[in-house]
Design a protein around this ligand. Structure first.
Ligand code: 5GP
Ligand code: ZN
Length: 114
């Protein structure tokens, strides 16, 4: 989608520190990390919010979860653990309207979140 920041990152119009890529998924480091590990996972296809997921998106979003766990394992998080979170719309803290999941780790994470 034209003008979407994460579409532009997926299309390599804007550089990012990529940690994983396949045909449908891209993972890259957050530009403003809130934890020692802060990686974003996106479907390359533009989906604005979780409410916009449609039938047919299940394989990519299921795979995205598998990839996030694989990256977490590769980062050595298996023992300590991590948080995988998706913010939905303004009330959920979503600022970039292209579905993404945050992988957070490397410090104690409060629950419930603030
Ligand atoms: P949201 O609040 O929408 O769930 O998260 C958006 C995330 O995207 C934020 O954590 C923010 O730091 C990150 N972000 C915003 N712009 C860029 C960018 O240009 N590059 C990267 N790598 N991350 C970005
Ligand atoms: Zn997009």
């Amino acid at each position: 989608m034209q003008g979407c920041l994460f579409c532009r990152i997926a299309n390599k119009e804007i550089p990012a520190d990529v940690v994983y890529e396949d045909e449908h998924i891209l993972a890259f480091k957050d530009i403003n990390p809130v934890a020692p590990v802060h990686v974003l996972f996106i479907p390359k296809r533009h989906i604005a919010t979780l409410f916009d997921i449609q039938k047919g998106d299940e394989p990519v979003l299921g795979r995205l979860h598998m990839v996030a766990v694989q990256v977490a394992r590769e980062l050595g998080l298996e023992e300590r653990g991590f948080r995988l979170v998706a913010n939905c719309q303004e009330g959920g803290g979503q600022y970039v309207f292209h579905v993404h999941y945050h992988l957070l780790a490397g410090r104690d994470l409060d629950w419930p979140p603030g």
